[in-house]
Write a protein that binds this ligand. Sequence first.
Ligand code: 4AD
Ligand code: MG
Length: 460
Amino acid sequence: MKRTKIVDLLKSDAPAGKVLIKGWVRTRRDSKDFSFIEINDGSCLKNMQVLADAALPNYEEIKKLTTGSAAAVAGDMIASQGKGQQWELRAENIEIIGIAPETYPLQKKRHTDEFLRTIAHLRPRTNKYGAAFRIRSEAAYSIHKFFKDRGFRCLHSPILTGSDCEGAGELFQVTSLNLDSVPKKEGKPDYARDFFGKPANLTVSGQLSAEMFALALGDVYTFGPTFRAENSNTRRHAAEFWMAEPEMAFCDISENMDLAEELIRYLTRHIMEECAEDIALFAQFVDKTLMQTLENIASSEYVRLPYTQAVEILNGSGKKFEYEAAFGKDLQSEHERYLTEKHFEKPVIVYDYPKSIKPFYMRLNDDGTTVAAMDVLVPGIGEIIGGSQREERLEVLQARMKEIGLSQELYWWYLDSRRFGTVPHSGFGLGFERFLMLVTGIGNIRDVIPFPRTPGSIEF
Ligand code: 4AD
Ligand code: MG
């Protein structure tokens, strides 16, 4: 008999008849003539209640099914007499697959997030993390769906690169040289003898590749892992995180903002509809205001605010910030959150940042001091999207690269795109984990990543 998923059994309108389920025991309650066993197979939040009659031939074995043990149950779906579930499974055969001894760390009590991080290999078996990672899966699917429905092509940009898109120097270097005896030339590592013949690193963004493909296929997006050796131990930074990066040819900053807004609204609505049961868990136990926040994100029109005005609002707020807000300084998380949570109480798109705090590829505005950058800020998180219109004018781009000391030789291919049929184009990057924090109310990025990588932590 083929295994059926519990999610499919519980949503059916009538009892499904004879079925086979396989999963892990959450609890077992014994009475005189039978036992109730709660089984979860990870397909949904709810457990299947199994009724095991004492007359079953291996009943003594069945009574050894401890929390965490795996079992296969064949039987009949029937209407449940008890409260809490519509259907239950009357077992005709229970096969014990794997026993979990009492040392199983997930006993029936609330565990802290900090403790669960130390057993990241088991935490998806809890209600909270099962829900979080089902939502993560659905969100990944909805990103592809959003772009597919709008005619974007999916681009697999390289993970190994020789460039630093963001220019922030937060690179994980990749080498096949023996670090115990690095070959040297004039006192420095001889990269000519390294695997690629020059320094290499893990990508911090797929954008530069996406630009090349947007300038050929029109609308493209990348969705994959990116890596940053930022040594900041905050609740919203990870060393390995995923980004969805659309790039559009013949597109200016304002259309770019339209797409960013549409994307966040769409993804949020999709998760509210497709993951209603899992989201309800977070609304009940993690963040009581979650449903309100999600409705706000999915329905409101986002504020669009030039950076200079953002600075004025912050300075006029009367609020004491840890860091000062001033033209030429990047907005800190506390500033971002003040704007979106307190001042506007909805998502805010800040645009036209000073060029001095932004990467080389952003389009210079006519004022000569700001660039066509845009960041989307949302309540509880701050920056969730960073993007810009790209500098498509060869001379302006070259001058900018010179100004900040970026090698034009290294980026010859990037400059080529401005030599041959250059066009205005724009794009942005959505921090996938930050989006997951937004829709679940989970406060720490470590808890929306299956196996998080942060400074000093690479276990699992
Ligand atoms: O603003 P960022 O650095 O933009 C880029 O990388 C552009 N190349 C994207 C583009 O235009 N195609 O990063 C984009 C988003 C941020 O808004 C944030 O949500 C997320 O990526 N992000 C991080 N998320 C988790 N951990 C980190 N260390 C992150 N750094 C950025
Ligand atoms: Mg940014």
